[in-house]
Every structure is written in C-alpha cells, then in structure tokens.
Design a binder for this molecule. Sequence first.
Ligand SMILES: Cc1ncc(COP(=O)(O)O)c(C=O)c1O
Length: 458
Amino acid sequence: MADGVSSVFRRGPGPHPVAVRGEGVWIEDDVGRRYLDAAGGAVAVGVGHGDAEVVAAITAQAGRLAYVHGTAFTTTAAEAYASALARLLPIEDPRVYPVSGGSEAMESALKVARSFHVARGETDRTVFLARRRSYHGSTIAALDLSDRPNLRRPYEPWLGATERIPAVSEFRCENPDHPSGCAAWHVAALERVIDQVGAGRVAALVAEPIGGAASGAAMPPAGYWDGVAATCRRHGILLIADEVMSGFGRTGRWFACDHFGVRPDVLVAGKGASSGYWPLGLCAVSGAVHDAVAPAGFVHGFTWSHHPVGAAAGLAVLTAITERGLVEAAERQGRVLSARLGATLAGHPLVGDIRGIGLLMAIELVADRATMAPFPHRAGVAAAVTAAAKRLGLLIYPSTGCADGTDGDLVLLGPPLSISTAEIGILVDRLAAALDEVSSNAALTGRYHDAQPEKGLR
Ligand SMILES: Cc1ncc(COP(=O)(O)O)c(C=O)c1O
C-alpha cells in the first residue's frame, strides 16, 4: 500500500509510510518503524498520541448522541465545553462557535467581523488587514489573508481584497533602526495603512499573537501588541487573533495573547483544541460582538458545526491539559528544548536563527550565516532536512517563505506538550544528524553558501 497504486488523492509526493499506531510522542508504521513526532503532526497534537481518556470521552459521547443539527438543538456536550473554555479564553464574556478546523474558524471570524459592522450600520467596513508573509488558512478568504505567493498563485483571480501591514520578525525586521523603536515603527506603519485605506473602511486586523509556521515562531517586539490593539480600538477596527497554532498551551500559556495581556474581539483556534482526536476549530467572539450580531442572526453555518462529539473531544483535551499541567510543562520543556538546540546547533553552517517560546520552536536555515541570505525556495532545503529527519525516525515541519513570502526556509518543532527530557535529547540528536546530512550534500546546499542573494539566488 505504501508505494503501490492508491485510490487516495494523497497530499504531496511520497513516500508515505502507513501509520498504524501512536503513543505519546511516538508514531509507528506498518513495518514497525518508530518516529518521534517532533511536529505533533502539523503542530496539532498537544496531549500526545493514543490518549485513552480522550478516546473514552469521544466513544461515550458518540454512543450517547453522535449528531444533531446546530439550528435545532444545543447539547450538554457543547454547553459544557463552551463554558469550560470561556473561563480560559482571553476575551471579554466569550461565546464560542465550534467548527471543523482552523480555516473554517477563520472564515467564521471574517464573516462575524463583517456582520458586526453591518449590524451597527457601518456597512463600508469591508477591508481586512493582515501581515506580510503570514498564513491564515487555505479556504479562499483565509488564503486571501495569507501572503504566500506559492499558495496563492493558481487562485489569484479570486484573491486581492486584503491590505498588508509589515511582518513581525526580530530576525528580519523591516524597521531601518532595528532593534530600536520597533513597536512604535510597527504602529506608525499600521496607522499609515489605515489612513490610506480609510479608517471607516477597515473591518478588522488579523494576526497571530506569536507567529506560527509562516514566520517561524516569531515573537513581536516589546510593546507591539499594546500599540496595535490601542490603534485598532481607536479606529473601531476589530482585532482577530489567529491562535490556530499558538493556542491551547503550545507557547507555555493557555493562549499566546496571554503573554501580552492582549484581549482580542475574536479569537480563532484549531489544532491543539482537539489535539488531533477530532477535526475541531473554534471561532470565539466577545460578548459585545455576539450581542451585536446574534439578534439579527449570524448568516453562516456548517453541517458539522457545534458537533457534540467534537465538543466531548475538546473538553477531554482541555481537562487533560489542565489536570496534567501541560501548559506549565510546555514552558518548562520549552526551556530545555531551547537550551539543547542552542548548545547543539548554534554554530551549524545551515542554522541562521533558533527561536521560539514554549514548545513552538523554529530553526531558520540560511545559505550564508554572515549575510543571513536565505536559500531559494526552489532549492528545497527545508524539505530535504525534513526528509533526512524522517529517514532517521524524526518528524519535523518544514516551511518556506519566512524571508520574503517565497524564499526563507525553516523547520518548525511543535512536539506533544508531554515530551520528556530524554525524548528531547533524541529529538535534538536526530535533528543535528539530519542537518549534517543535508549540509554535507554540496550539490544541494554547498553552491549557495558563498553566493549573495543579489547574484541570482532567486
Ligand atoms: C496560523 C494558522 N491559521 C490557520 C490555519 C488553518 O488551519 P487548518 O489547516 O486547520 O484549516 C493554520 C494551519 O496551519 C495556521 O497555522
């Protein structure tokens, strides 16, 4: 099945081994090979694979009541989950709209923001602001927020409504005076864009409080979120926090917003919400947004929204994270991982930067450590490191485009929050071996090491 003819329309080129079981940070295939899942799938698995408590909660709910339509019923599962989650969300008086994934949640967020303004008579507010080099999902509106040329290219005729503000990147900051005054520089850039578009035309600003795959776990400069949130409020612009990757303990707080005390109007989540046990996404809105939109009815909906089994999975994951102290574990083990990566990889010829917080870490790969010149996307360096790691029994998450939307390779680490110190040791050893293998492949990386970007790297 792994290499033969398949009826599955697979995601990307193989080889695709056949995964048969998972336990903790480990995945096993049908020939008994074990992989350390340092990516948590797509930075989704927080509580670990093979969790008997989550499986039991899903099974019990499916046996009791698998499905009702959200327009006809609410369920004890949905009510219990939303009220448990409401106590943790960094939002005033939150209301939770559960869907089936991050992109659906983002679509819901964009529509609820638009509906909020329409309900208040501000019908000119149609424009969304998002950062350069960002990623917010693959459905059309979420893709339009995403500044990733390679992902947008086939669909460009349907895109183009988003206005851009600068990317956040301490490694590749656009502020000419970096690192001095970066927050103020970002706020001034935001003010300029709002001014150009017209404050009365902007519906919302969408951004990750701490970057995910697109930026490689990039942290904003100190004061960024205070300034950006205050600017949005002053102009009546809603703030939509994309916590699809950073939420549910990943960064060592329940939500990345908690690091900065920022209170968005809308928060979008997915991935770690269900830890991979159910396709679950969440669009959470403030009481003020809900109360403006709900009376006239939110013109939106999916067959699988408000799913009782998804809610049971979400609640079981929330309970596991809480009872096992996994948010604290992410902070503690994140420090161990960061220290080990620094000690082992800081001088590696491919490694330009090691960054991140909690158990969301990125290693940016560069062609030239002195100039920070990125590898060109077409060289496929992040993919080669990921393939080498997989051969060594390590799963990592490649990303490209962090330098300019197209070029800029990195590998992301987002293991289950339950990872042990011994497992972190195995992770770092295997990653170092994968980087060595690619680095010694002169045909792949060597020819870029002495080149400058201006001399035709792209
Ligand atoms: C920051 C961010 N937003 C949105 C999404 C889209 O989520 P999904 O793939 O569940 O649709 C992702 C997925 O990687 C993401 O990382």
